[in-house]
Design a binder for this molecule. Structure first.
Ligand code: SF4
Length: 326
């Protein structure tokens, strides 16, 4: 069975963009691969992060992951800072990473613009820690969206660079592009994200889900009910593609092109389908919130399993480097 590594920042409660872009895919990967799912809290501190919120954010994230179907028995679900080998390997890989490569990282440039008053070294070094996350478990595949492919290529170069210089330890991971790499938000413009306010939290109430979908931007050609539209130009239709049946999608496509249905009908059907889809997730999440020990236990066991593998890899790395063994 091949190994997969995936990381997600503890941004609190999951939203539709995370779910469609990553988590739904993660649950399916468990069928085919041995998976490590890591909540990357060390990455989170490169951005403004309130310490008082950290625990709550991790808890919310992990309980959502479990509610979505991440199975802590089949997969290894853990928090990055519980396995110190991540930062140890990051430091070692810093001696392989090239300044020029890191300077060219698109994500670093984007984030530097967004947080111009806090361009810290951690932000610059982020891809090295990410490479350490992956290489520590000798993951062969990393499910990512298009925007992360550059980082995985970088991890491959680091693995190759280390192996060439000190001897083979690491496999070169491959980017496994997700089938829905970029989810456009309800504003029809930017990528779906919590910070843009163009998404729906997985735990939203029915009322909130309907309210947010009602506000979603539609095909601009349909100003009035009688106007004919083109569903392929409408993000509401692409969301139907994620949550509705083939019959519903046909009904929308035909009704939109012929003005047989209005946007209100179309959005109502999407909201119905989304609520039905999210219902079991919200129920399971409520159970976990009522029983937090289950979440803590899953994380403790996950960290234990992750540490075993991480310690073996670091042992090999230290040996190759000729570090003092005591
Ligand atoms: Fe979009 Fe549906 Fe309105 Fe067509 S009918 S423009 S797919 S919301």
């Amino acid at each position: 069975m091949k190994t997969v590594f995936s990381g997600i920042q503890p941004s609190g409660e999951l939203h539709l963009g995370n779910y469609l872009g990553a988590i739904r895919n993660w649950t399916a990967l468990q069928e085919e691969f041995f998976c490590y799912f890591c909540v990357v809290d060390y990455h989170a501190i490169t951005q403004d992060c309130e310490p008082k919120q950290m625990k709550t954010r991790v808890f919310d994230m992990v309980s959502d992951l479990l509610a979505c179907g991440i199975d802590p028995v089949r997969s290894v679900l853990f928090v990055q800072s519980q396995v110190p080998e991540h930062t140890e390997l990051c430091w070692i890989l810093n001696s392989v990473a090239q300044f020029g490569d890191l300077s060219r990282m698109t994500q670093f440039k984007d984030k530097s613009q967004r947080q111009a008053d806090n361009i810290n070294v951690g932000l610059f070094d982020y891809p090295v820690l990410q490479s350490a996350d992956i290489l520590l478990y000798n993951a062969e595949a990393v499910p990512v969206g298009q925007d992360q492919v550059q980082h995985i290529e970088f991890a491959r170069r680091l693995a190759r660079g280390f192996n060439n210089r000190w001897g083979k330890v690491f496999k070169e991971p491959e980017a496994k592009l997700t089938s829905t790499p970029k989810i456009i938000g309800l504003d029809g413009k930017a990528k779906m994200s919590k910070s843009m306010g163009n998404t729906i939290p997985l735990g939203a109430t029915e009322k909130e889900i309907r309210k947010r979908i009602n506000r979603a931007v539609t095909d601009p050609q349909r100003e009035k009910r009688e106007d004919k539209g083109e569903p392929d130009n409408c993000n509401v239709y692409s969301l139907h593609g994620c949550f509705s049946t083939d019959d519903d999608r046909r009904w929308v496509a035909e009704g939109c092109r012929t003005a047989g249905i209005g946007c209100v009908d179309c959005k109502r059907r999407l909201a119905d389908n989304l609520i039905e889809h999210l219902d079991p997730i919200r129920t399971r999440k409520a159970e976990l919130v009522a029983n937090p020990d289950e979440v803590h236990e899953a994380l403790n066991k996950g960290a234990e399993k992750a540490r075993q593998t991480a310690a073996k890899t670091i042992g090999k790395v230290r040996k190759k480097l000729g570090l003092w063994q005591g």
